[in-house]
Design a protein around this ligand. Structure first.
Ligand code: ATP
Ligand code: MG
Ligand code: MG
Length: 387
């Protein structure tokens, strides 16, 4: 058998494992936690830290190609793996996406080609950065958001600020780690673009997805996006293509954009892997984002990105397991959700639901977007999710 490897044992790894196995591969997962969604599905589980040299050697010896599902694996580990196996995306590409300042600088360097810029921002690495730039901050960056430069996700490591004092206390609250202050922009809506590039340099771009976040966490993804004009879709498509080519990337890459009230497009961040907003591709596209990752890393031709059905994806967070009044923990009524037209349920095999934890998602496809949205609304009524 031919083996593929994945760094990280979360749900993205699990869905990658399923796609790779469906194509005839065996999959090894390197993940420090013994009990993880991907490890249960994998053919081999290396229980080790992401920087464990012996485990990395073993993974690279066993697998022809290795990818990552977790964007914070040490870039040095990917570089080590690359001595013996194909690694996609590369350590260099992953490290750009791990650091918001490096990422924004890359977006600025790429702007001439991509046509998009990141939000106005400033590095805050020390208290002096606030004092020295007080006038600039007050004039151009407030109200804003303080984000940790590294390791944030689902809105964690972010504080909204209105005044200079807020900036100081937000920075103080981050335990001295470097932060970036970003101007708060008037978002009309948010979109993400999934792109993939093969080892042969061929690039493909999936249809633009419109995302709604709640409390910093992705709530729904709708494709085609009800607010996405053809011009906007074209600009986002072209920007994604320019970015993935400039990176010389191999694999699946997701790029998040803001559409402002005036219609302009701003690039927010990128994820060097399949992405939550791309889960709709499993049920609605010719090639899922996970099958595409397999193709890219294995040096195969990329698959068709065409969408065959309009789709809406709803994230299923741990909150759904808890009764708000009694706090009792019960399994939601999946049988009723699955009875809705066009529903496909994906649960990640996590057996300890916690509030805000991503437990699964459900995708509704139909021949029209309106029908898919009808099923979404019915599911929200069943699951008692306010719309
Ligand atoms: P993810 O889970 O997507 O990786 P994250 O923690 O890295 O999230 P961001 O994507 O940067 O954080 O921000 C989370 C959300 O906060 C965005 O999707 C958007 O809704 C809002 N947001 C972030 N930056 C800005 C901004 N500059 N102006 C307005 N809203 C913003
Ligand atoms: Mg992020
Ligand atoms: Mg984001």
């Amino acid at each position: 058998a031919t083996w593929l490897g994945v760094m990280g044992g979360g749900q993205l790894g699990r869905m990658f494992v399923h796609a790779a196995q469906a194509m005839g591969y065996k999959v090894a997962v390197l993940e420090p936690v013994a009990d993880s969604p991907a490890a249960h599905a994998a053919d081999h589980h290396l229980v080790a830290r992401y920087d464990d040299a012996a485990a990395l050697q073993e993974l690279a010896a066993q697998c022809v190609a290795v990818t990552t599902e977790f964007e914070n694996v040490p870039a040095a580990s990917l570089a080590l793996l690359a001595q013996r196996a194909t690694v996609a995306p590369s350590a260099a590409n992953v490290s750009v996406a791990q650091d918001r300042m490096v990422e924004k600088k890359f977006f600025i360097d790429c702007a001439e080609r991509s046509g998009v810029l990141p939000a106005p921002h400033l590095l805050i690495a020390a208290d002096q950065d606030i004092a020295i730039n007080a006038d600039l901050i007050a004039a151009t960056l407030l109200p804003g958001i303080v984000k940790t430069v590294r390791l944030g996700y689902d809105g964690k490591g972010q504080v909204r600020v209105r005044t200079l004092e807020d900036v100081s206390s937000a920075f103080a609250g981050m335990q001295g780690v470097p932060c970036v202050l970003e101007k708060m922009l008037p978002l009309a809506y948010e979109v993400s673009v999934l792109a993939a590039r093969g080892a042969d340099g061929t690039s493909v771009v999936y249809p633009i997805a419109e995302n709604v976040h709640r409390d910093g966490i992705l709530f729904t993804t709708t494709v085609p996006g009800p607010h996405v004009s053809p011009e906007c879709a074209l600009r986002a498509h072209d920007a994604a293509l320019a970015i993935i080519e400039q990176l010389g990337y191999v694999g699946v890459l997701c790029i998040e954009f803001f559409i402002l009230d005036d219609g302009s497009l701003v690039v927010n961040e990128m994820a060097p892997r399949p992405h939550n907003s791309g889960h709709y591709t499993i049920d609605a596209c010719m090639t899922s984002q996970f099958a595409q990752q397999v193709r890219a890393m294995a040096g195969l031709a990329l698959g068709d990105v065409r969408q065959h059905s309009p789709a809406v994806m709803l994230n299923l967070l741990g909150d759904l397991w808890f009764d708000t009044a009694s706090g009792a923990c019960t399994e939601p009524a999946w049988d009723r959700v699955l009875a809705l037209p066009g529903a496909t349920l994906h649960l990640y095999g996590k057996d300890d639901p916690r509030p805000s934890r991503k437990m699964g998602h459900v995708t509704f496809v139909a021949s029209t977007l309106a029908e898919a949205q009808d099923s979404l609304h019915a599911a929200c009524a069943i699951l008692r999710i306010a719309l």
